[in-house]
Design a protein around this ligand. Structure first.
Ligand SMILES: Nc1nc2c(c(=O)[nH]1)N[C@H]1C(S)=C(S)[C@@H](COP(=O)(O)O)O[C@H]1N2
Ligand SMILES: [Mo]
Length: 254
């Protein structure tokens, strides 16, 4: 581990108690001392954003469910609240948590060890929506797309804006995803994806798409930026050339 010189560390935001790692887009780290209980104190959960926070009017908000489904859905927040709600206690950890301690230089937000947090999330399981839309017989993956978007410069400028989006294999989409509008019993704060986000239990944070706007059921794996260029790793099987594999479930680290 490379020792971190405390003098080089940004100071916590006096107002919020979070440590700014990047101002725009907003990337804030939880001070390690705040992570001493099971639940992260409200207001001290880390924030990881690739683009600016999108402005979403709750009144005109709709979530679209389409693709390989029997009936496409367009749901308001009230429609979503009419489903049976559940509360799940889920820990989110950014895949890049602890990156500053790697022995080689890396790109990306230079997290110390506070890009992790636990909350009680309330909403509707994704499975309930997919059941209500009716899955096509050829459905294999589910794409979750956020309302935030921007240009990517890695490795070349994308020229078009790309929304934050991630896919999940169908089994995980049916078992491990809650679409949440409450965090610790209060309306989901905008930096954490309000009014609606996905929370995927057991997966690194990037799967938990914030500002959820669109769900697309697919008949094949998805090859988007955030599961090939970013949030992916090289994996070799046998003596074949290595393949790009998306990051998924959290791995033991300690
Ligand atoms: N729409 C959208 N969802 C997103 C992201 C994002 O930039 N845009 N960042 C992801 C990443 S990398 C992480 S670690 C978690 C962080 O959630 P939090 O900011 O509520 O802690 O959100 C994920 N969901
Ligand atoms: Mo992340």
């Amino acid at each position: 581990m490379r020792p971190v010189d405390p003098a080089d560390q940004p100071r916590p935001l006096a107002s919020a108690g979070l440590i700014p790692r990047q101002i725009d887009p907003t990337n804030l780290e939880t001070p390690l001392a705040a992570l001493d209980g099971l639940l992260t104190p409200p207001g001290l959960h880390y924030v990881r954003s690739h683009f600016s926070v999108p402005v979403i009017e709750e009144g005109s908000f709709t979530l679209c469910v389409g693709g390989r489904v029997g009936t496409g859905l367009s749901l308001t927040l009230d429609d979503l609240r009419a489903f049976p709600t559940e509360t799940w206690r889920i820990t989110l950890e950014c895949a890049g948590n602890g990156r500053v301690h790697l022995p080689w230089p890396t790109s990306g937000v230079q997290w110390d060890q506070g890009a992790v947090g636990t909350a009680d999330w309330t909403g509707v399981p994704l499975a309930a929506l997919l059941d209500s839309a009716g899955l096509g017989g050829d459905a294999t993956h589910v794409l979750l797309q956020g309302a935030d978007r921007g240009e990517i410069d890695d490795p070349l400028p994308s020229a078009v804006t790309i929304p934050f989006a991630r896919s999940l294999p169908l089994a995980a989409a049916m078992q491990d995803v809650l679409l949440a509008w409450h965090m610790n019993g209060s309306p989901l704060p905008a930096p954490h994806g309000g009014p609606l986000r996905a929370v995927v239990r057991g997966w690194y944070g990037m799967a938990s798409v914030k500002w959820l706007q669109r769900i697309e059921v697919l008949d094949r794996p998805w090859q988007g930026y955030f599961e090939t260029a970013d949030y992916a790793r090289w994996e070799s099987r046998g003596d074949l050339a290595p393949e790009r594999v998306p990051l998924g479930p959290m791995r033991i680290k300690a």
